[in-house]
Write a protein that binds this ligand. Structure first.
Ligand code: UAG
Ligand code: ATP
Length: 497
């Protein structure tokens, strides 16, 4: 059910958001049939069009201008068309989308998760439990999938969608019977005001480390941190992992905005603490304690870091007065696409497919795996992307030196760079002469060769790509089967699964 967008309502929304500079001369009852920000999606006559970001004037073709009844822009365009002038077009898009879709954010109980690593994993964990506890009335916006209920699921474009898509999908989620939503909240979504006007019933912080700093993202770590902290400003209750160096800062920040806060820790006194009873490649078992209670939970997804993610998820659910213990089984059964996926083979050892793709997450991953796999070799298939995160290459060299025995350097989203040169930079940072290095630029072949080489007591790690279905090469997304499917297909071919 879309709310009609009238001139009066537009005026009020922009005014309330504090961004209105000037309004065109419409009667207050003037109605707009549609709201759009992408010229390729304009279909209705009487569309209100928001111009934002790297928009080019030539997107507005003559044919299109016949349909656009007015525009919202930060700079007046030399066009014979009524214009709302605003000081921030991202905020304008968010405010108008909220109004256009009838403020779905007010009808949903929204839980939001931020952090450099673990957002997707923790979001899936909340969703698995909450969906069961709410009788399948929980939607999810994650980096991997958007889940809107009634079987409607599709691949996501961004970690946190553009505001228009965010409000549109909230409305669809409500129409499909959902009353709860769990979503990843990237720092970029605050930087770009995609989540402007959204209030979270429960927000959570997992961890922060230098990442997403550069052109088009954050200029500095301080800016990255400040935008992550904005989730704490917009939550009624804020759950924070105080074992992270910045965890307490998030608690203090949330309190200064009058949020109720919940500290989570493995190592120090906190409102919610967790204790790891077992964290190996077979299963993770852990207890979660608060006030006078201690409960045991299990996960089939390996990694001690996932126990922290799960504890945060459990603490969040308790804050909406639902009981995660009643959804233990859903947590225990959960698998997350491309995150710590286990493939057991008949004679080529265990294969782990994981999305760890920066220095910090590869280090945490391999450290955990080495602690669990002391006898056989760790074989790693890995590449580093082009056109971004150049410092990852040296970090990968360092972590390889510390934890890997045999490595197949390969291709991972090379963009406009030569993957062989990228690999040479990884190679240059490897200081351990015992590490055996191979290079196979064809990722499918690299995985197949690594599987063939692996013995039953080896652990083979297919890192950094998860189940990504593309190789970003020279501005083109070349279809890619995904590491898991490549491995499974090959194992079926050689009859080793
Ligand atoms: C830097 C950044 O965040 N850019 C985002 C921003 O771009 P933008 O506003 O400049 O839009 P654009 O796509 O360049 O196009 C400009 C305008 O022209 C319009 N257009 C475009 C083409 C056309 O033919 N007609 C037309 O009207 C577009 O709809 C848009 O309104 O808005 C777009 C959606 O409206 C996003 O797709 C885009 O994300 C780019 C692709 C991106 O790489 N973003 C990354 C940095 C990001 O947001 N990452 C975080 C994850 C971080 C994490 O992992 O923690 C995320 O939340 O996903
Ligand atoms: N709490 C954590 N601490 C450190 N590393 C983690 C944690 N949780 C997951 N990881 C590692 O990071 C990888 C990415 O996890 P996940 O996709 O859940 O995080 P994310 O925050 O959504 O990442 P991104 O922003 O890169 O999409 C996992 O495959 C795992 O190796």
């Amino acid at each position: 059910m879309n709310n009609q967008l009238t001139s009066k309502r537009i005026f009020e929304s922009l005014k309330q958001a504090g961004i209105l500079v000037s309004a065109p001369d419409f009667v207050p009852e003037k109605e707009f049939a549609d709201l759009q920000f992408d010229s390729r999606k304009v279909v209705s006559d009487e569309t209100l069009f928001v111009i934002k970001g790297a928009f080019k004037k030539n997107f507005l073709t003559e044919n299109l201008l016949n349909k656009v009844a007015a525009i919202v822009t930060t700079k007046r365009l030399d066009l014979d068309i009524p214009q709302w002038l605003v000081s921030d077009s991202q905020i304008a898009l968010a405010s108008l989308s909220a109004a256009f879709f009838g403020h779905p954010e007010k009808e949903l109980t929204i839980l939001g998760i931020t952090g450099t690593k673990g957002k997707t994993s923790a979001t899936y964990m909340v969703h698995a439990m909450l969906d069961q506890l709410t009788n399948h009335r929980t939607a999810m916006f994650s980096t991997i999938d958007t889940v809107l209920g009634q079987g409607i699921e599709f691949k996501s474009q961004l970690t946190t969608p553009e505001s228009y898509d965010l409000f549109a999908n909230m409305r669809k989620a409500l129409d499909n019977g959902n009353r709860y939503l769990v979503m990843e909240v990237s720092s970029q979504s605050y930087l770009k005001n995609r989540v402007f006007g959204i209030h979270f019933r429960v927000g959570a912080f997992l961890n922060i480390s230098p990442d997403h700093i550069g052109i088009n993202e954050h200029p500095t770590f301080e800016d990255y941190l400040a935008h992550k902290k904005m989730l704490a400003e917009n939550s009624d209750v804020f759950v924070s992992n105080i074992d992270d160096d910045h965890g307490q800062e998030f608690i203090d920040h949330a309190r200064s905005f009058r949020a109720k806060t919940i500290s989570v820790s493995q190592k120090q006194p906190a409102e919610v603490t967790f204790h790891i009873e077992q964290a190996n490649l077979d299963q993770s078992r852990f207890t979660v304690s608060e006030k006078n209670r201690t409960d045991t939970f299990a996960l089939d997804i390996p990694g001690d870091f996932n126990i922290c993610n799960a504890t945060i998820a459990i603490a969040m659910i308790r804050e909406i007065d639902l009981e995660p213990v009643q959804a233990k089984k859903a947590l225990e059964k959960l698998q997350i696409p491309g995150r710590m996926v286990k493939i057991k083979t008949r004679s080529h050892g265990l294969i782990i497919v994981d999305y760890a793709h920066n220095g910090q997450s590869i280090t945490i991953l391999l450290k955990f795996l080495r602690s669990q796999h002391k006898q056989g070799r760790i074989i790693l298939v890995l590449g580093s992307p082009g056109d971004k995160g150049e410092d990852r290459r040296a970090q990968f060299g360092k972590v390889i030196s510390e934890f890997a025995d045999l490595v197949y350097l390969t291709t991972d989203d090379p963009g406009t760079e030569d993957p062989h040169k990228i690999n040479n930079q990884i190679r240059a940072a490897i200081t351990n002469p015992k590490v055996i290095l191979h290079e196979e630029l064809n990722r499918v072949k690299a995985i197949q060769t690594a599987i063939e080489m692996a013995r039953q007591d080896d652990l083979l790690v297919l890192a950094a790509k998860g189940e990504d279905a593309f190789q970003k090469t020279n501005h083109i997304d070349l279809p890619y089967l995904g590491d898991k499917k490549v491995a499974l297909q090959f194992l079926a071919e050689i009859k080793k699964i």
